[in-house]
Design a protein around this ligand. Structure first.
Ligand code: PEP
Ligand code: MN
Length: 340
């Protein structure tokens, strides 16, 4: 349930509502808004009687949240959320472009790519130190050494870092070296990982599972938010379909669907979404046109020798040209592009 206060409700009246909710053994979440304050309620097993709260001073109405995901729903918060990643906003007017290699392979590799993507206008650097690979014989990432390389590159190049944690134990390591915790598609419903990320002070990039519905994605986000971390950015990264001309099918209809249902930002990943270098640029532009809040793009200066996902990495030059096209498209979508 959501208690919507009147525009002119006083702080005392808000406090009275919070106390009433708490006295019912429930949890009150105060949600400040540009127009008015709302107070969300969690912890109830069955449905609540709106009259018990509507009779309090300053209350406009008490409405039932109809979705299984509560705190991430639009009903809970009508305005778009903006997630701050070390000073880079995601979800506002500015489009965010996250770029970098699939995996951190060496300092040289990482710093070369970081400098190139920064020069082209990326504002966050991606790169995996812990890689979730289909085969146990494939490169698994440099682990802690990879995180240390990322931290050095952040210092030397000045881009905040997004990197994946594979398990709850890995979250602490990522927290010590990076600025945003990525939860990968294969881990979207790893509930202990989601709960641990929910206790983190770092924002979370939550990728849609390759066979997850939008409701399942939003419920996964709810796990993180309900543990106390409101800073979640969703990512559409392609789902499994019968189509075999691409690695996955980038489900761009997820973007407007999520925007309708949730206030959380959503970015698109056309690299994993297509798995093909020649598809990345057109689908990146299509993602912006679909209303995505940003892009995550795999870039490698020597994709033929990349230790993972080389076939979908675009060259730094292609990335720079993509950024030019994004800059031209952004105003049509009433967006700005930062960086550079
Ligand atoms: C990645 O970002 O490199 C990655 C492994 O992504 P996903 O979890 O979407 O497959
Ligand atoms: Mn990858």
């Amino acid at each position: 349930m959501l208690v919507v206060m009147k525009k002119d409700a006083t702080p005392d009246q808000v406090q009275r509502v919070v106390q009433t909710i708490q006295s019912m053994g429930l949890v009150a979440h105060t949600i400040p808004g540009a127009q008015r304050v709302a107070i969300g309620i969690t912890g109830n097993k069955g449905s609540l009687d709106p009259n018990a709260l509507e009779c309090l001073d300053g209350v406009l109405e008490a409405i039932r949240v109809s979705k299984p995901f509560k705190q991430v729903s639009r009903e809970w918060r009508a305005e778009d959320s903006v997630v701050n990643v070390a000073g880079v906003p995601i979800g506002g007017r500015e489009l965010v472009v996250i770029a970098g290699p699939c995996a951190v392979e060496s300092y040289e590799q990482c710093v070369t790519i970081a400098r190139a993507v920064k020069a082209a206008g990326a504002t966050l650097l991606r790169g995996g130190a812990f890689k979730p690979r289909t085969s146990p014989y494939s490169f698994q990432g440099l682990g802690l050494e990879g995180l240390e390389i990322l931290a050095r590159v952040r210092q030397d190049v000045g881009l905040p870092i997004v990197t994946e944690a594979l398990d709850p134990e890995g979250v602490g390591l990522v927290e010590r070296h990076a600025d945003m915790i990525q939860i990968g598609a294969r881990n979207m419903q790893n509930f202990s990982l989601l709960k641990r990320a929910g206790k983190s002070k770092l924002p979370v990039l939550l990728k849609r599972g390759m066979s997850a519905t939008i409701d399942e994605l939003l419920l996964a986000a709810e796990y993180v938010v309900s543990e106390g971390n409101p800073n979640v950015v969703l990512c559409e990264r392609g789902v499994r379909t019968f189509a075999d001309h691409t690695r996955n099918t980038l489900d761009l209809s997820a973007v407007p669907a999520v925007k309708n249902l949730s206030h959380l930002p959503i970015v698109a990943d056309p690299s994993h979404g297509t798995g093909r270098r020649d598809n990345v640029v057109p689908m990146a532009l299509a993602s912006v046109a679909a209303g995505a809040d940003g892009l995550i793009i795999e870039v490698h200066h020597k994709p033929e020798t990349a230790l993972s996902d080389g076939h979908q990495a675009i060259l730094p030059d292609a990335f720079a040209s993509l950024m030019e096209q994004v800059r031209r498209l952004a105003p049509v979508m009433h967006r700005d592009v930062g960086g550079k």
